[in-house]
Ligand binder design. Structure first.
Ligand code: XMP
Length: 319
């Protein structure tokens, strides 16, 4: 029975032994796993670590700033922030198929990451936030046993052409252990205990074609929902909660005119393993507050709905 502090000490010496005086590259997403790897490696090898954070324009509100604040400013980690919003939106233009959108986002990420990596000299290692369930899942996928419904790209999706050796200090750990490590390493509680966020981000929460206008509205709606969940003490009672952008026009009456505007759906679930999930029974007052705020504060939204579908058959994400 190891304590988080012991696991950290053990991994630090293992990483130092593996890496020596060479340089390590890490794709930092802002999610728990890559954040914990960043903090751990920074402690182990300091400036031999360079992180690349790709802003694909499909992140949550202020996500990029928060990552820079936490890692670059407070911890002194070397982080390169790449603003690739235009590139991702260009590549996604005209595409409505969810699985194709996932592939485009994944491939574009690899391209951007690859070209950033090429600019850094003397990198021999690639660090990844692979955790034990990822290892199991990808092993199962290789033998064809997994029921692979969606093209997740958490393991093995990174630049194969780069010929870098892998550093994966979380490979033997479960999520709750990774979180404990994160707290022990001094990462902010809110970052460590944040809801999971899919790799394709808002790209699969905007139904059909992705447009900047939609992403901007959705980011704001999502931030309002999350803020009110925190205010009401409900954020940590749900396993995942977010807003979804529905590109349909629904009527609203403003003054004496009828205006046809977009619809936002709210999704909040309780689950242990994300394989099955129950929609969260949020208080009506909370839903009312979120709905009023979204409709009043966001131009272009006339209606808010709440998703009361269980998984199965409805998945947690809408795409
Ligand atoms: P579903 O929608 O399949 O989601 O019930 C189960 C969990 O997986 C997340 N999810 C993804 N994560 N890439 C990811 O990294 C994806 O393409 C993806 N699709 C779904 C989802 O947010 C939920 O936590």
């Amino acid at each position: 029975n190891w304590t988080p502090a012991q696991i950290i000490e053990d991994q630090i010496s293992r990483v130092r032994e593996q890496v020596g005086d060479r340089h390590v590259l890490l794709g930092l997403s802002g999610g728990v796993d890559s954040s914990v790897v960043a903090a751990l490696l920074h402690k182990a090898i300091g400036d031999q670590l360079t992180c690349v954070f790709v802003d694909n324009g499909l992140l949550r509100k202020q996500e990029g700033d928060q990552v820079m604040e936490t890692f670059a400013k407070h911890m002194g980690v070397r982080v390169i922030r790449v603003d690739a919003e235009d590139l991702f939106l260009d590549k996604l233009e005209g595409e409505a198929d969810p699985e194709v959108k996932r592939k485009i986002i994944g491939n574009t990420f690899i391209d951007v990451f690859d070209s950033e990596a090429a600019k850094i000299e003397g990198v021999d290692f690639l660090a990844q936030g692979t955790i034990y369930p990822d290892v199991i899942e990808s092993a199962a996928a290789k033998t064809g046993k997994a029921h692979v419904i969606k093209s997740h790209h958490n393991v093995g999706g990174l630049p194969e052409t780069m010929k870098l050796k892998l550093v994966e200090p979380l490979r033997e750990l479960f999520k709750d252990e990774v979180r404990k490590l994160g707290v022990e390493l001094g990462l902010p509680y809110d970052m460590v205990y944040r809801h999971p966020f899919p790799g394709p981000g808002l790209g699969v929460r905007i139904l059909g074609e992705v447009k900047k206008e939609y992403a901007d509205i959705l980011r704001e709606a999502d931030a309002i929902f999350i803020e009110e969940l925190h205010n009401a003490g409900w954020y940590h009672k749900t396993s995942q909660a977010f807003a979804v952008f529905l590109p349909v026009r629904s009527v609203g009456v403003v003054g004496d005119g009828r205006r046809y505007e977009w619809v936002i759906a709210l999704r909040a679930v309780e689950t242990i393993d994300f394989m099955t999930a129950r929609w969260a029974h949020l208080p009506y007052e909370l839903l009312e507050k979120v709905s009023n705020r979204i409709i009043n504060e966001l131009e272009g939204v006339s209606r808010v709905t709440y998703d009361v579908s269980s998984k199965p058959p409805a998945t947690i994400e809408w795409e």
